[in-house]
Design a protein around this ligand. Sequence first.
Ligand SMILES: [Zn+2]
Length: 247
Amino acid sequence: MACYRSEAIVLRTRDLGEADKAITLYTKDEGKVRAAGRGARRMRSRLLAVSQPFVHGRYLFFRGKGMDSMAQGELINSYRQLREELDRMAAAAYLAELVDVLVEERDPQEELFRLLLDSFDFLVEHGAKGVLLRFFELQLMNQLGYRPRLTDCTICGTRQYVHPRFSVAKGGLLCESCSGEDPAALKISPGAWETLRCLLEGRITLVSRLRPLPAVASEMEEVLRRYVDYRLARPLKSLEFLQTLQG
Ligand SMILES: [Zn+2]
């Protein structure tokens, strides 16, 4: 039976039968995969600890027809804090669901794997900061080929604008002359688009240093919510939980 090894992060799990689990993972070498964990819910199972949501481990899988199966795993980081504290859990569940919903199976992208790990590390260290979620949304969109244009006008390319708008459908800023191209384009303040641009072009180390004003933070959240939702076939389950905690 063909098998493969990979480092991976558990995105989500659901119960299967009496004692099994269906586990969705983002693996470093094969991208998103779904695997059955036979007996993984039994207290004495060797898979119990390595099949928890958000765990980072090294795994051995057997290839299967529909679903692979997880043969064994070894913990690298249990990310226990992400399962024990509500704010962190809600944020981690949101990031994991975004990857689960937006990424195709078997399309490995090491940068995305790294982004997820760095973001989990950030959540553990700094807590569930909104600016981290914005960074992740932008970086994920970028990785998936939906990098928003935040420097020049998406239609005419000019950088000469004072009050640009953000067009979800066109994928970026519209200058004043082009704003008629998308009547649904959102107003966006200079503080918000400049911060979004920093987050898109910057690295995660920048995130802990950015403290946008509340009005700017909610504007960025709104713009990116619409930008991400535009690519989703269904609403995210984790979002309601996240919004309840934030509200
Ligand atoms: Zn223009």
